[in-house]
Write a protein that binds this ligand. Structure first.
Ligand code: GTP
Ligand code: MG
Length: 202
């Protein structure tokens, strides 16, 4: 029998474009954008690197709060990955949190090119209040969302389904939304994640 081809994105080109602090700096043009959201340190930058097979495209750090700007990466001259600063990092001031909120809200609500959000969660833990707020906010704004349950290498494969179920329940996830176990370490879930992102782009 013929082997079924699994459709996955071939990343021929991936380039860092800009660290934007304000709207004026967002790239011009109408290329679609996919944004990565999630708690600080959850693995957003690592996700971008694994998805593009570029180890150092997006800066990663074991210290949370590393990504502070909207970082744009142009993929195959076709669309952008936008690395969004993480939330839930305790050591930021109230003022910083407010300016974070304003920037994210402006972006998520105002950006016409935004086709969807990849919401990253740690597969090991129940989603936090902030995670639930972010998910509900995206649903409320009718922004398509794909949930990535990352760091899946940290638990055995047999436990993935159970953890995905816990995540779905806590988020009160729409049955139509995907929750994909993923690991930036091993690459597990990468093809599925690309398929979901292709759907957002179509
Ligand atoms: P901020 O930019 O601070 O919001 O963090 P981030 O969400 O971009 O996280 P980042 O990609 O920098 O990863 C944080 C830490 O988690 C790093 O030490 C990564 O090596 C680690 N990490 C990320 N993804 C995975 C994964 O799938 N498996 C494992 N084991 N570690 C991961
Ligand atoms: Mg980051």
């Amino acid at each position: 029998m013929e082997k079924r081809l699994v459709k996955t994105m071939i990343v021929k080109d991936a380039q860092f474009i800009i660290s934007a602090v304000s709207e004026k700096q967002y790239p011009e043009g109408s290329l679609p954008e996919i944004a990565m959201a999630g708690r600080s340190n959850v693995g957003k930058s690592s996700f971008i690197n694994r998805m593009t097979n570029r180890k150092k495209l997006a800066k990663t750090s074991s210290k949370p709060g590393r990504t502070q700007t909207l970082n744009y990466y142009l993929i195959n001259n076709r669309f952008y990955f936008v690395d969004v600063p993480g939330y839930g990092y305790a050591a930021v001031s109230k003022k910083e949190r407010r300016s974070w909120g304003k920037m994210i809200e402006n972006y998520l609500l105002g950006r016409k090119q935004l086709k969807g959000v990849v919401l990253l969660l740690d597969i090991r833990h129940e989603p936090t209040g902030d995670d639930c707020l972010m998910y509900q906010f995206l649903k409320h704004c009718r922004i398509p969302v794909v949930v990535i349950a990352t760091k899946a290498d940290k638990i055995s494969k047999g436990k993935h389904a159970k953890h995905v179920k816990i995540i779905r329940e806590k988020l009160q996830a729409d049955p139509e939304d995907m929750v994909i176990p993923f690991s930036a370490e091993t690459g597990i879930g990468k093809d599925e994640a690309w398929k979901a992102i292709e759907n957002l782009l179509d």
